[in-house]
Write a protein that binds this ligand. Sequence first.
Ligand SMILES: Nc1nc2c(ncn2[C@@H]2O[C@H](COP(=O)(O)OP(=O)(O)OP(=O)(O)O)[C@@H](O)[C@H]2O)c(=O)[nH]1
Length: 365
Amino acid sequence: MPKSSKSFWPEPPVRQRVTGEIPVPTLINWLSIGAQPLLLFFAYRAAGRDDTLVPSILLTCAALLLLNALVYMMLRHETLQRRTFIVLITGLFIYLAISAVEDGSAIIWLFAYPPIIFYISTLRVGVLACAFGIVTLIGLFSPAGDYLVETPYSDSFRLVMITVLAFEMISCYILDLSRRRSQARLLTLAREYEYAAKHDAMTGLSNRREGLARLETEYERYLRNRKPFSVILMDIDVFKGVNDNYGHQAGDQLIVMVANKLKDGCRRVDMVSRWGGEEFLAVLPETQVSEAVTMANRIRQTIAAQTLAFEGLPIRTSISAGVATIHGAESTNHLLQRADEALYTAKATGRNRVCSGEVPEQDSA
Ligand SMILES: Nc1nc2c(ncn2[C@@H]2O[C@H](COP(=O)(O)OP(=O)(O)OP(=O)(O)O)[C@@H](O)[C@H]2O)c(=O)[nH]1
């Protein structure tokens, strides 16, 4: 679980969305468009009562909401759209309360404010906006508020309005906190599952599927830029003997040690994957065969010089490797087949050596 989800404000470091959730800009645009008929209706009704101020304010608000949606569609500036919307609806709701639109009944729309504000903004902004709203309302309904603005609300209505609105705000806060926590947890789980699907649990290297995917990506790149890449297929020598003599636990530790040496021996742009039990594949972008053979030999020598201490017993090992570099329009399958044949040659000619699939008889040990 990420640290942030345990804090009071569990915002993910980068705003992330779970698939299926309505995007905030889309919701704001829907609300802005949906508010149009309502505002026009209230403006029309107020105009029918020979009121000129209320219709002009409501129509201005409707126009600004629409303008905000249009500006977003042109600029795609999410923060600008969200902040403008928050300012507009906060102003609108305060105006609905103060001016007692529709004989004061329009104040009921205030209940729409908390869920919207919590959904479209951060938890912090939601809490601050709601606190600001409730304090403003309490001020408006106090004797001092009566002195400033004349409203038709009865004492019991004011009491119920403030109590129910505060209740709604707290409920929205709790629900939103829970939504954000579960969202953060889901995203963490998704990342963990994605990692597990692509990596080998024992060595931490990419697994065979990921190795193949990388091979295909490299192949696509090669088809575009024609810069050849190489592969090295490596296998631990007489590994069965290690299992038989020292046990599977020792074998596992040896695989991890070799995997670490492979990771260290490759460049950042290369990718090493666990291809099978004690077999590994390295994909080396933009690498000619001579460079790949040099790299494979360097790794081979490092591993040969290494000793694994298992329960006080020193275990030494070596690897054999087959190198192949992509040519012309050959397929990745054919490339792997050449690397495999080169590996077979390395095994057949004594192990602890690197052979190149380009010139099968070449022995660079
Ligand atoms: N401990 C351990 N053993 C494994 C693992 N995966 C495969 N093996 C064992 O690795 C051994 C591979 O043996 P072989 O394919 O005969 O190859 P080798 O003994 O290395 O001989 P050469 O490849 O010819 O040098 C098998 O006994 C497998 O059971 C693993 O994850 N852990």
